[in-house]
Design a protein. Structure first.
Length: 328
């Protein structure tokens, strides 16, 4: 009994449905050798398992082409319309278009450059297996594959497994996963201790940013600085004023600014009422103003030079009689 075109269509639909039940999916024309090779192998296994007749294999496979892949096949059928295309013809045309040597070369280079990076050991192994078929010629034995896997691991894992031997890839992956878990637990413990230490030694909010200014007075930094400076000249000599034979007052050398720079018997300069320092000549604060009488002339020309107090600048008494000065 002869079959009608309708019967052929119904039979074809049944075969295609069976292929889909086995996991065959549509191919949309991706230019990726990994996707293309996986699709083609799945189609061939399925038609062999359900024993699709040879004359229907091409029709069954092309029913799963979509989008750009369907357009490509329409062009092939038009170009070879006079021929009866078999499965070998379809495979050759398909590989030339989507699984060429250049497509496979790209994946081969990707495999040779593969490293673990940010992937877990399990993800790294899966990616290794996906690309291995494109470069299997470089790794003919199990030990070659183990060495290639180890070379691509992160340094902390690679160093821990460098001296160990494994009979199979599966044993190697199990050991790498165990070492990875230990390393991750150590990092988590270190991070937890670091966080607790930071909270324990956290400074109060008042000390964050710019430090507070030192306070003046006996209790502040300035007071401590003055105490230290005052003690510098107390080694073996007294810091008390000494009256010279010429009637002037002198102070032992201390090496401090505003004091005596030459020898212990040099006369000290009077205290400037403007800048509160001891210096010769006009005060740099008010240039040209006499520091004794506060008038507009040089201190050497002051009429009160011999009668005014060198400590407070007031006339009528000398420095050693100044009521504002106390000598202990």
């Amino acid at each position: 009994m002869s079959t009608t075109p309708r019967d052929n269509v119904v039979t074809l639909v049944r075969w295609v449905k069976s292929m889909k039940e086995l996991g065959c999916e549509a191919f949309m024309g991706e230019e990726d050798a990994e996707i293309t090779g996986r699709w083609l192998r799945k189609i061939e296994r399925s038609i062999d398992q359900i024993a699709v007749p040879a004359e229907l294999r091409v029709d069954c496979a092309t029913q799963l082409l979509s989008d750009r892949a369907q357009t490509w096949w329409d062009i092939v059928k038009e170009r070879r319309a006079a021929e009866m295309l078999r499965w070998g013809d379809f495979r050759t045309e398909f590989e030339n278009q989507y699984y060429s040597r250049q497509h496979r070369k790209i994946k081969e280079q990707e495999f040779l450059a593969l490293t673990q990076g940010d992937m877990t050991v399990l993800e790294y192994e899966r990616r290794f297996q996906d690309l291995f078929m494109f470069a299997s010629v470089y790794l003919p034995t199990e030990q070659h594959r183990i060495e290639r896997l180890r070379d691509g691991l992160r340094q902390e894992l690679r160093m821990g497994l460098a001296a160990l031997q494994f009979p199979t890839v599966r044993d190697f992956i199990v050991a790498a996963q165990s070492l990875e878990a230990v390393a991750a637990a150590g990092r988590q413990e270190a991070d937890g201790q670091g966080t607790m230490g930071a909270e324990k030694h956290k400074e109060p909010a008042s000390f964050i940013g710019r430090p507070p200014f030192p306070k003046k007075g006996k209790g502040g930094h300035f007071g401590q600085f003055k105490k230290k400076i005052g003690n510098l000249g107390s080694r073996g000599t007294s810091s008390r004023p000494i009256q010279s034979s010429q009637g002037g007052w002198s102070r032992p050398q201390t090496g401090l600014p505003g004091g005596v720079a030459e020898g212990p018997m040099m006369t000290t300069y009077p205290l400037c009422v403007r800048c509160e320092r001891r210096h010769p000549g006009d005060c740099s604060v008010t240039s040209g103003r006499c520091y004794i009488c506060r008038q507009e002339h040089r201190w050497r020309d002051c009429p009160y030079l011999d009668v005014a107090c060198y400590h407070c600048g007031e006339p009528g008494h000398r420095r050693r009689e100044c009521p504002q000065r106390t000598i202990g």
